[in-house]
Design a protein around this ligand. Structure first.
Ligand code: GLY
Length: 354
């Protein structure tokens, strides 16, 4: 088992290791000692079928009073309406400030359950048990919680750090390839912006063979970023590499493509534009593209850049009339490059130096 300590405003540990789901009660007891808080497990129907009963039995056997809320899987459930249903469930089950929400599932479950925990009784503890590659290396770490509203993804939320993250790579055995690839895009992103040797490992196709190590390295990179910029005011924005256009493509496609697919295309698009602008060394976009393609991720889109730039205007990274693009100075090193929104299209098409 590997332990990563995250020293945010509310410090916590991330435990990583094969089979840790089975050790959840012992790991929770490391946080709460002899006390047995009521555990409100929140999950989706897919994950519930795979792990729900097992986790609840383990927790009950260890003496934890438990209750469970299950909602339909998928981004369409990540709404305030589902959060209202969770509040009803927490109320019915008498969940108090000394109790704990347990998010069992992928990014949608973690973000939604985390937001419910952040807001119920003005915040109660929550534990993340991520079951997808993406949620293990990204969304379960760093305390971003929230839901979508019709105006956009993740527009309502709160920073609320978990009290514990239990990461069991064996849970990925049941993950369909398309969702595994979702996480690969984010893993490649960490290499591209922060760690050239990690990027090379992905280029060499060694991700699967070193999976637990890769998960730990990605989490540690995120820890490093989040500890320095918990509230997303500067460095943390680098984690949005590829996301401005990734989100725009997801939105344009009506979310029929996955987040990872959008980010993969977005990383290549922005790197090509930055090469043209002389901000990124030439050849970088080709390397990113080749790396992503070997994991079955798309790297181009038919949507016109004008349309994507329009969509990008609604992006959270926009600040007034500027949008902060994440630019690679070289593989393994990124910086923020503000571009005024009225020049974004010209920047992307190479008709301007940005
Ligand atoms: N997923 C990006 C962040 O946590 O900041």
């Amino acid at each position: 088992m590997k332990t990563i300590q995250v020293n945010t405003g509310r410090p916590y540990q991330i435990q990583i290791g094969n089979g840790l789901l089975g050790q959840a009660p012992a790991l929770i007891a490391q946080v709460y000692g002899e006390r047995r808080p009521r555990l409100a497990v929140i999950t989706d129907d897919t994950v519930d079928r795979l792990y729900g009963d097992r986790l609840l039995s383990l927790l009950e056997e260890a003496g934890y009073p438990v209750c469970k809320f299950v909602f339909p899987h998928g981004e369409q459930s990540k709404t305030l309406q589902t959060v209202h249903a969770v509040y009803g469930f927490l109320s019915e089950n008498g969940i108090t400030r000394s109790d704990v929400v347990v998010a069992l599932g992928g990014g949608v479950v973690g973000d939604l359950a985390g937001f419910a925990a952040a807001t119920w009784l003005r915040s109660i503890d929550f534990i993340q048990i991520p079951t997808t590659f993406l949620s293990m290396i990204d969304s379960s770490v760093g305390g971003k919680t929230g839901v979508d509203i019709p105006q956009g993804k993740n527009l309502v939320g709160a920073f609320w750090q978990p009290s514990l993250v239990i990461c069991d790579p064996l849970a990925l055995d049941t993950l369909p390839d398309i969702y595994f690839a979702d996480g690969i895009a984010e893993a490649v992103k960490y290499g591209a912006i922060l760690d050239a040797s990690l990027f090379r490992l992905f280029e060499e196709g060694r991700l699967r063979e070193q999976l637990t190590e890769v998960i730990a390295r990605c989490i540690d990179l995120k820890r490093y970023v989040v500890e320095q910029d918990e509230r997303d005011k500067g460095l943390r924005q680098q984690l949005n590499f590829g996301h401005t256009f990734g989100h725009a493509i997801e939105k344009q496609a009506g979310f029929t493509i996955t987040h990872g697919q959008g980010v993969a295309i977005g990383m290549v698009l922005i790197s090509r534009a930055c090469e043209r602008a002389g901000l990124t060394p030439s050849g970088t976009a080709d390397r990113i593209q080749a790396c992503l393609q070997q994991y079955g991720l798309p790297t181009s889109t038919d949507y016109p850049l004008g349309l994507l730039c329009q969509n990008a205007m609604g992006d959270k990274k926009r600040s007034g009339s500027q949008i902060a693009l994440v630019v690679l100075q070289q593989l393994g090193q990124a910086t923020l490059h503000p571009v005024s929104t009225d020049r974004l299209l010209a920047f992307m098409t190479g008709e301007s130096d940005g």
